[in-house]
Ligand binder design. Structure first.
Ligand code: ZN
Ligand code: FE
Length: 254
């Protein structure tokens, strides 16, 4: 089992410190920057042994070199993008597992945001670290993938249990909720969740992690095969890939 700590950095990034209870190994998921991560680990009395990178963007690997220099940690990241991950030691791809002390991470290739994006699924801890693939009520921008790839990636993650906690890398939820309501406004679960999100943000609290079951019910990017949503965007009866493409394009211009 993992102990998980969330560190807000930059304007809206979340970095995670994860500690395997059995072995005491400590990982950093997507260190955007080094200093606050090292400071928080120090405060907790945790020694960083690993970095887990989901993809190559600077706000996910920016702390790699410095944290590795200070701790000698092992950097784990996507094989499909290993040339773009600073200091990578262990490259992983779809279906492979990584033993992190007593915890095991199952890796999914989830291209779409970038071509080499991966997600880490710690089943015993019900924890999904998905970087910029799924956001609470959203998904990452489609920088390097196409709609078919991205929809396939989201469908893979959607197949995980409802109880999974989605540890995404950004606090974009309130803006995502406004967009989601524009395409799925009659979804009562979404209306209720959007109001909850406003209340949580009004208190200055994080909306992340979220529960995957709630994402399945309210995140439009996980619902491109829902007939009502397809109809709402003028694509009744269309292929989910076409519906996903339309929703993603609308979000880009929202
Ligand atoms: Zn990114
Ligand atoms: Fe990012």
């Amino acid at each position: 089992m993992l102990d998980i700590r969330q560190i807000p950095v930059l304007s809206d990034n979340y970095v995670y410190l994860i500690r395997d209870q059995e072995s005491g190994l400590v990982g950093v998921v997507d260190p955007a920057v080094p200093e606050p991560v090292l400071a928080e680990a120090d405060r907790l009395g945790w020694t960083v042994t690993h970095i887990f990178n989901t993809h190559h963007h600077g706000d996910h690997v920016g702390g790699n070199r410095r944290i590795k220099a200070e701790t000698g940690c092992t950097i784990v990241g996507p094989r499909a993008d290993q040339d773009r991950i600073p200091g990578i030691d262990v490259a992983l791809g779809d279906g492979e597992t990584y033993d992190f002390g007593g915890s095991q991470a199952l890796v999914f290739d989830v291209p779409g945001h970038t071509r080499g994006h991966i997600a880490f699924w710690f089943a015993e801890s019900d924890a999904l670290f998905c970087g910029d693939t799924i956001f609470a009520l959203g998904c990452g921008r489609m920088f390097e993938g196409d709609p078919q790839q991205f929809w396939t990636s989201l469908s893979k993650l959607r197949a995980l249990p409802d109880t999974a906690q989605v540890y995404c890398a950004h606090e974009y939820t309130q803006a995502n909720a406004r967009f989601a309501l524009s395409v799925d406004g009659a979804n009562a679960d979404l209306v209720r969740r959007a109001a909850e999100i406003d209340a949580v943000r009004a208190e200055g609290k994080p909306t992340v992690p979220s529960r995957l079951g709630d994402e399945k019910a309210t995140n439009p990017f996980l619902r491109a095969d829902d007939p009502v949503l397809a109809g709402n965007v003028g694509l009744a009866g269309a292929d989910p890939i076409a519906v996903f493409a339309e929703i993603r394009a609308r979000k880009d211009n929202f």
